[in-house]
Design a protein around this ligand. Structure first.
Ligand code: HPA
Length: 267
């Protein structure tokens, strides 16, 4: 065993570049629940590699998370790695597999990481189901962190304000908000949702924050976008289910795909 968290990622990056026949990649996008159908708009597929062909990736556990990495060439000639699904902390495999994709992408050359997710909306007064919201900051309530040891990483600006400005050149009306992450896999109780509203949260989910921290540790710029798929538990009285989350993704795929492709072209 090595203590270098990047050793496995370095191996995976080499295997990935060999499998796709590319020298380097420019950007990585992680497609959360509901976002996978939006991937088709981002560019021409060069290769699609099952994550399980690469060192360090566990098999996928959630319906709607395909467990593949698509390598695409974008309209502006960039090479993008698109993770069609991600590993979550609630799968019980620990923190390392959760951030392995981001670390692999960074070792393959990515200098920008775009993290997407499906989220509950904590502000139904102003948020619509199907709306994409820029993540301006996060509150990590997972109890986990991808960094161990006395490595004190500055998190003053996890989600790049430069990249948020760039998205607003494409979509001027896009709101931004604070993403709160729990470990899951249960959805939250209404009392937890009220707590998160009081704490200043705007969206609630089970992903993104650990990957964002791993990217910032490596000095890479992060863009985070939540697709609001439902109001948080108890805010409108309807029970929550994963199928509804995927359905909102299918219904908004074209719009989200166009947004992402325009943003990636501007990077
Ligand atoms: N809570 C947590 N995760 C989610 C939600 C939610 O309401 N919706 C989509 N992912």
């Amino acid at each position: 065993m090595t203590n270098d968290p990047y050793a496995l990622a370095t191996d995976a990056a080499t295997a990935l570049k060999n499998a796709a026949g590319v020298d380097s990649v420019d950007v990585a996008l992680v497609m959360g629940s509901g976002w996978v159908p939006a991937a088709d708009a981002i560019g021409e597929t060069i290769a699609e590699i099952p994550v399980t062909d690469l060192p360090g990736f566990p098999p996928p556990a959630v319906a709607g998370h395909a467990g593949k990495i698509r390598v695409v060439r974008t309209g502006s000639g960039k090479v993008a790695l698109i993770f069609l699904g991600r590993t979550h902390l609630y799968e019980g495999r620990g923190v390392e597999p959760v951030v392995h994709g981001v670390r692999t992408a960074i070792k393959a050359g990515a200098r920008t990481v775009v993290l997407t997710n499906a989220a509950g909306g904590l502000r139904p007064e102003t948020q619509q189901v199907g709306e994409a919201v820029l993540i301006s900051d996060h509150i990590n309530l997972t109890g986990a962190n991808p960094i161990t040891g006395a490595t004190f990483i500055d998190l003053t600006e996890v989600y790049s304000s430069r990249l948020r400005d760039l998205v607003r050149e494409v979509e001027p009306s896009m709101a931004e908000g604070v993403y709160v992450a729990f470990r899951g896999p249960t959805y939250e109780t209404p009392a937890e949702i009220r707590m998160c509203r009081t704490l200043g949260g705007d969206m609630i989910g089970m992903s993104t924050v650990l990957e964002a921290i791993a990217a910032r540790e490596a000095g890479v710029e992060v863009l985070g976008i939540s697709l609001v798929t439902n109001p948080g538990a108890g805010l409108v009285g309807e029970p929550l289910n994963h199928e509804e989350v995927l359905e909102v993704g299918r219904a908004t795929a074209t719009r989200m795909g166009v947004l992402l492709s325009k943003v990636v072209d501007k990077l």
